[in-house]
Design a protein around this ligand. Structure first.
Ligand SMILES: [Zn+2]
Length: 60
């Protein structure tokens, strides 16, 4: 069993792009941008969960 990784990312860093777990290049995957939902985004490739901290600014 692999526990899912949780990373905290500040809202300033949006959009979130994931290319695989750090320090584990063997487990990398193509760079993907992750849609944020409910202040959280999960990577479908490596399972990393990103939690957004801070104020999320929208540019509409
Ligand atoms: Zn990933």
């Amino acid at each position: 069993m692999t526990p899912s990784r949780i990373k905290t990312v500040h809202a300033d860093k949006l959009p979130i792009a994931c290319s695989g777990p750090e320090h584990e290049t063997w487990n990398g995957h193509p760079l993907v941008f992750l849609p944020v939902s409910d202040r959280q985004a999960a990577c479908p490739y490596c399972g990393t969960v990103y939690r957004i901290e801070g104020e999320i600014k929208t540019h509409h």
